[in-house]
Design a protein around this ligand. Structure first.
Ligand code: SF4
Length: 197
């Protein structure tokens, strides 16, 4: 079975999930999307209002900014990355997902990681960082390459943090440059970016 077929089977299970209370307030489950063979898995926190309406990850203002940064660094969803979240249903009023909600939903993300088997994982923000170490602070992890379950992991800001504080964009760009160099080194030496030499 291909990765796409395996992900489709998992998606059908997740679409009807009621394992935590977020199912009561969601409009659509946001499973994730992108190229499972691209080599990079981006992990965010959870769906917002636009994502809840459309069932697609990172399509609101944060998502548009993420796409812009990815594009500047030579990446896109169709070819290089798969995007998923810690929780698949929107927490009301965009609050942080609670521990019980994260724990209920995490088996789906672990299964996605197992199927996709990415070479590089990028954690977007503090909630995503909890996946690998609940005690680690974003300020300690950001921009650092770490190893988790034999995967190379890079942590950066969630794009919503960049919208709230544009001063962080410069630092985030340095993180995406690191991603570009690592991708070129271990996945595809042919990747090109107009903005990175
Ligand atoms: S957030 Fe995850 S565990 Fe909770 S209902 Fe949605 S899919 Fe199920």
């Amino acid at each position: 079975m291909t990765k796409i077929e395996q992900l489709e089977i998992l998606k059908q299970e997740v679409l009807s999930c009621q394992k935590c209370k977020l199912h009561q307030t969601r409009t659509k489950v946001v499973f994730g999307e992108g190229n499972p063979d691209g080599g990079v898995l981006l992990i965010g926190e959870g769906p917002g209002a636009d994502e809840d309406k459309t069932g697609r990850p990172f399509v609101g203002r944060s998502g548009q900014l993420l796409d812009k940064i990815l594009d500047a660094a030579g990446f896109n969803r169709k070819d290089h990355v798969f995007i998923a979240n810690i929780v698949k249903c929107r927490p009301p009023n965009n609050r942080e997902p609670e521990k019980e909600e994260r724990e209920a939903c995490l088996p789906y993300l672990h299964k996605q990681i197992e199927i996709i088997n990415p070479k590089i994982i990028v954690l977007l923000g503090a909630t995503a960082l909890k996946l690998i170490d609940p005690s680690m602070k974003l300020r300690e992890a950001k921009g650092q390459w770490m190893i988790w379950k034999n995967k190379i992991v890079l942590t950066t800001y969630h794009p919503s943090a960049l919208l709230r504080n544009p001063n962080l964009k410069k630092e985030a760009w340095e993180h995406f440059k690191k991603l570009f160099y690592k991708y070129r080194e271990i996945i595809n030496p042919e990747i090109k970016s107009e903005h990175i030499k």
